[in-house]
Write a protein that binds this ligand. Structure first.
Ligand SMILES: *[C@@H]1O[C@H](CO)[C@@H](O)[C@H](O)[C@H]1NC(C)=O
Ligand SMILES: [Cu+2]
Length: 184
């Protein structure tokens, strides 16, 4: 038996494992993080097929908060090389936000967990939003121009077929709009 396994077995048997931490102030699966630095992005600003801004620099631990203008946008995490498709089964997905005018009553927040670039797109495929310019990046590597947002948009423009969505909203917090004037 591996020594660390033996240790866990022994401590468990002896009742030496302490209770789980009781600090409930931050539970990333349930709680939004309104008190942290928040970067606002507007999907569909001015009726255009864009995220504004679409090139975000956000420190680790900060929040990127997506607001939605008409008509019916979303945001999904992709990879650089495969635009308009989720990066993997864990990729965040906001769900769709049908909005007639003004901005959505709800927003979608994600947490920036590390310094790696985070690519994203709108999955609305009627009018091919991803192909038409609704892509963006958080923390692009500005030293590697082959992985620029411009290069990503060129790849996206060539994608054929439907854009990918996830089975449900995941990887962030869809919450009532805490900042109705954010970014406007
Ligand atoms: C918004 O778009 C999604 C995806 O295309 C669609 O399933 C949904 O019905 C749309 N909602 C409205 C109200 O148009
Ligand atoms: Cu869209």
């Amino acid at each position: 038996m591996h020594s660390s396994t033996l240790f866990i077995t022994l401590t468990t048997a002896l009742g030496l494992v302490s209770a789980a931490p009781t600090d409930k102030t931050y539970n990333p699966t349930k709680t939004s993080a309104a008190s942290r630095t928040t970067h606002t992005v507007i999907a569909g600003r001015g009726g255009r097929l864009i995220f504004d801004p679409d090139n975000v620099v956000a420190e680790v631990g900060s929040i990127v908060e997506f607001h939605f203008n008409p008509l019916n946008h979303s945001v999904v995490e992709s990879s650089f090389d495969t635009p308009c498709q989720p990066k993997d089964a864990d990729s965040f997905f906001s769900g769709f936000f049908p909005v007639r005018e003004g901005q959505s009553d709800e927003v979608f927040q994600i947490e920036v967990k590390d310094t790696r670039p985070i690519w994203f797109y709108c999955a609305q495929n009627n009018n091919a939003h991803c192909q038409s310019g609704m892509t963006g990046v958080i923390n692009q590597n500005f030293d590697r121009q082959e992985f620029s947002l411009r290069a990503h948009k060129e790849l996206a423009a060539e994608v054929e077929g439907p854009s990918g969505v996830q089975g449900g909203i995941q990887g962030g917090w869809r919450i009532p709009n805490p900042n109705p004037l954010g970014g406007f």
